[in-house]
Design a binder for this molecule. Structure first.
Ligand SMILES: [Zn+2]
Length: 375
């Protein structure tokens, strides 16, 4: 069995391109991971997701442990087989979603107990149980169990939370064990406090992980503050390991993060907005609910090769969105995931060819033009 490895192929400024190799296939970086919360990227067949260019999906431990249950998925052959996706899967640790979704949480040194937002049943998560669930699911990239405070948070709260997360990171490392071909990523915390981020990075490096995530961002601090943090945070992490920015983001967040040295990202945005009539294009965001599209025979983006743009007009997309037809979410999710993956490929090529700043300038110029003129 091949092992988990990362090679850095080229850099351009702080931006990097490379490749993660796993027994289930390669992940080209910078990589965008579509989110398959409940063992599905909503409105998409797995082969359709793969056809957009996605090398890896993200699954959510919190959702899967509650329904259908990690032991059940394991008995059915693991998450890859269960959802018919044979490429790599990264699972989060469950910590973040317990904090944001579950009821009646109780947190202490050992972990967190909570009630399910689905049926009120009582559950517990700890570093050890999170590692066990992610192993039962068969995740290729496992995330350390951490705590992520909402921002703004005061410095004492950020510091004590980060220290707890570092103790949990060590317990995660110990519980993960020796699993060739699988990776465990540690998660840097510390909010927007530079020195806490440094301290967190040092603690993680001392434990040692196959990759490193930048956690605790994209939680309401705004793009400027996030970029301010990313001007420093990636460089605190080992250069020869992948760096993953969790939960990001909009296309301009992604380009800005790659410019600052991030290798992997995930976000529900392209799939979620596809189900609410929102499309992301080279020229920015387009709301298909808007009446201006009702008589427009042109495609959403004439340069896009996705099924929504090749086969359908704006008028049709407007109609099925307004009529709440299922095909609306299917087509717009496909387009959005296609656009995101094309953006990633464009960045990978630009970094490899040493023209990332030109790419960035062209990206912003196209968005500044706005959507095509109305008919
Ligand atoms: Zn398209």
């Amino acid at each position: 069995m091949s092992r988990f490895s990362f090679i850095l192929q080229a850099t351009d400024g702080a931006a990097r391109t490379g490749r993660i190799d796993t027994p289930r296939g390669a992940i080209r970086t910078p990589a965008f991971m579509p989110v398959g919360t409940a063992a599905t990227v909503k409105a998409m067949l797995p082969e359709s997701v793969a056809s957009t260019g996605a090398d890896i999906l993200l699954g959510n431990t919190y959702h899967l442990m509650l329904r259908p249950g990690a032991e059940r998925v394991h008995a059915l052959g693991g998450l890859h087989r269960f959802m018919n996706w044979d490429k790599p899967i990264l699972t989060d640790s469950g910590g973040f979603q317990v904090m944001s979704l579950a009821d009646l949480r109780k947190l202490d040194e050992s972990g967190v107990t909570f009630r399910s937002h689905i049926d009120g049943s009582k559950h517990a998560l700890s570093p050890e149980r999170s590692m066990e669930i992610q192993r039962l699911l068969g995740s290729d990239i496992v995330m350390a169990f951490d705590e992520c405070p909402a921002l703004p948070a005061d410095r004492d709260r950020l510091a004590s939370s980060m220290h707890l997360s570092m103790r949990w990171a060590r317990r995660s490392r110990e519980a993960f064990g020796d699993r060739p071909g699988h990776a465990l990523f540690g998660i840097q915390q510390g909010g927007l406090e530079h020195d806490l981020r440094e301290e967190s990075a040092a603690a993680l490096r001392e434990i040692g992980f196959e990759g490193y995530a930048i956690g605790g961002l994209a939680v309401g601090e705004g793009q400027e503050a996030m970029f301010g943090c990313l001007d420093h945070a990636p460089a605190m992490l080992p250069e020869d390991k992948p760096r993953y920015l969790m939960g990001v983001g909009k296309p301009d967040d992604i380009v800005g993060a790659v410019a600052r040295g991030v290798d992997m990202m995930d976000c529900v945005l392209p799939s979620r907005s596809g189900r609410t009539g929102q499309a992301w294009t080279r020229r920015g965001q387009v709301n298909l609910r808007n009446a201006r599209h009702a008589d427009d025979p042109r495609p959403l983006d004439e340069a896009c090769g996705c099924p929504a743009c090749r086969g359908y007009s704006r008028a049709y997309l407007h109609h099925v969105t307004r009529s709440q037809e299922m095909i609306a979410g299917m087509l717009l999710t496909w387009h959005n995931l296609h656009y995101y993956q094309e953006l990633m490929q464009g960045m990978r090529d630009a970094i490899a060819e040493g023209r990332f700043s030109e790419f960035e300038a062209a990206f912003h110029a196209a968005r500044a033009e706005g959507d095509i003129e109305r008919l």
